[in-house]
Design a protein around this ligand. Structure first.
Ligand SMILES: [Zn+2]
Length: 245
């Protein structure tokens, strides 16, 4: 009895010391809440998935309030649907600098974020450009909590493998700083292709890469989208969105 009480006190104190992040689920912002447009098509994942793929958004830049992050979600969805002709925002989830989780395609739909891995992974973007600096610790913790939620609820395999986008496609994503960081996260593996069935057909949404994520990619087609965005959206997030151009 005393032992149980002591354990309970220890857990409460540990949660408190860790700023409660490790003991509670992060706040989830539903598609309705961020004003998502409906997907034009949905393909179901086979669950649980064996991979988690980490991304940065590069553009838009980091958001720190719910209002800013909602604006970023809407902009990314518009970019992916209109510029990339994808059926929805590419990622399964996005983690904002406000430590909230924004639902993209969610736990059960195949994403468009990592060629050959889309149908076997959950794609998580940490909104921001993490080339030179790391996301705030709390944003990274929210991403880890999301992965743990996925394991707990049966969407991600317990023995999942964690990789960065650049490990499956030529891209700078998830940014040099974040890529170094995730190599220290649980379940990261260095050579995912060694684990993949040799011939995996590309998904139809793999055919067009996402230049928005990559500072080295051609931004020719993206420029039009960014200009259109900036001319129709005058709030603060617009200037954040175009800071890289
Ligand atoms: Zn990426």
């Amino acid at each position: 009895m005393c032992y149980n009480i002591c354990v309970l006190i220890w857990v409460i104190l540990t949660c408190h010391v860790a700023n409660s992040f490790v003991c509670t689920d992060p706040e989830i912002v539903t598609r309705d809440e961020w004003g998502a447009k409906p997907p034009t098509d949905v393909e179901n994942l086979t669950l649980p998935v064996p991979y988690v793929v980490i991304h940065h958004s590069y553009i838009p830049a980091a958001c720190s309030t719910k209002e800013e992050c909602i604006n970023d979600m809407q902009w990314m969805q518009k970019y992916h649907q209109q510029n990339n002709s994808w059926c929805d925002i590419g990622y399964n989830f996005a983690v904002g600098g406000d430590n909230r989780i924004y639902v993209g395609r969610g736990w059960t739909a195949v994403g468009a974020h990592a060629p050959r891995y889309n149908s076997r992974s959950i794609g998580i973007v940490l909104i921001g450009d993490w080339t030179d600096i790391l996301p705030p610790e709390s944003q990274m913790l929210a991403a880890k909590q999301l992965i743990n939620m996925g394991i707990r609820d049966g969407y991600i395999s317990e023995n999942y493998k964690l990789i960065g986008h650049r490990q499956v496609r030529e891209t700078a994503c998830p940014g040099e700083a974040l890529y170094k960081e995730i190599q220290m996260w649980p379940h990261w593996i260095p050579n995912p292709d060694e684990e993949v069935i040799p011939v995996v057909p590309l998904d139809k949404e793999d055919l067009k890469p996402d230049p928005r994520e990559d500072p080295d990619a051609s931004l020719a087609s993206e420029d039009n989208e960014i200009k259109r965005h900036s001319s129709t959206d005058k709030d603060e997030s617009t200037s954040r969105s175009i800071k890289h151009t």
